[in-house]
Design a protein around this ligand. Structure first.
Ligand SMILES: C[S@@+](CC[C@H](N)C(=O)[O-])C[C@H]1O[C@@H](n2cnc3c(N)ncnc32)[C@H](O)[C@@H]1O
Length: 224
């Protein structure tokens, strides 16, 4: 057993690419994040009409993704034209995130989008406490354990659950996010979960599996 394994998952390299390898995964079969595999039907602007785009709002120009993970939401916001600071505290997840960013920067189709994303290895509550206001803060902490443990989550979620665990401190993140967001805080939740921190959202967008709770931000510009 690899002493660096976390719940049986390890960070490994295959053919020059970093991957999170689960129990039984052969080399090359581990989890990678690759934004180049994303399909953007209708082009990036169509994302504005999708649930995340509607939750973020058409006036948003700057965002902090305080729980960047594999960066798919950060990438979606950047594709909508926002400047995004993507904050991730888990060093293994960060390696996958940085790799995805590097690949996208080298892709002629995605380079301009990826260039709008800055990544930060940090605890997001500290970043939010020290930063100037931004238009939107997105929170997508690890979801609470499933009610039906027999239903197998997708590989990315299995990997993150194993190496990150539950983000028990996400309530504190919400308080910090509300102070920093000028326009909105968007919180991604399982559709039937309680609102984060017990704080009632101003409105929500319901999907089959996920819900986006939107709270009005309280952040003010220094001169505003
Ligand atoms: C469910 S994943 C986010 C997935 C992401 N939205 C995406 O599109 O790939 C949650 C991530 O947030 C990170 N995270 C949770 N709380 C954090 C905090 N306070 N500061 C920094 N990162 C945090 C976890 O380490 C984990 O990688």
């Amino acid at each position: 057993m690899d002493p660096d394994a976390r719940n049986g998952w390890t960070l490994a390299t295959h053919d020059g690419a970093v991957e999170l390898r689960g129990p039984g995964d052969a080399p090359g079969r581990g989890l990678r994040a690759d934004w180049r595999e994303l399909r953007l039907p209708g082009g990036p602007s169509a994302l504005r009409g999708q649930p995340l785009g509607r939750a973020v709002g058409s006036a948003a120009r700057t965002a902090i993704d305080a729980t960047a993970g594999l960066g798919f939401d950060a990438f979606a916001m950047a594709a909508m034209g926002l400047q995004v600071l993507a904050v991730e505290r888990n060093e293994w997840v960060l390696r996958l995130l940085q790799q995805a960013h590097g690949w996208a920067m080298g892709d002629p189709r995605l380079g301009q989008i990826a260039a709008r994303i800055t990544m930060k290895a940090a605890e997001a509550t500290a970043v939010l406490a020290a930063t100037e206001p931004v238009d939107v803060v997105l929170l997508d902490p690890m979801f609470p354990a499933r009610r039906k443990p027999d239903a197998k989550p997708p590989k990315a979620m299995q990997a993150l659950a194993a190496v990150v665990g539950a983000d028990e401190d996400a309530g504190a993140l919400l308080a910090a996010a509300l102070r920093v967001a000028r326009q909105r805080v968007v919180v991604k939740r399982p559709v039937h979960a309680e609102p984060l921190g017990g704080l009632k959202p101003d409105w929500s967008i319901h999907g089959k599996v996920l819900r986006l709770d939107v709270l009005r931000g309280r952040g003010q510009d220094i001169d505003g």
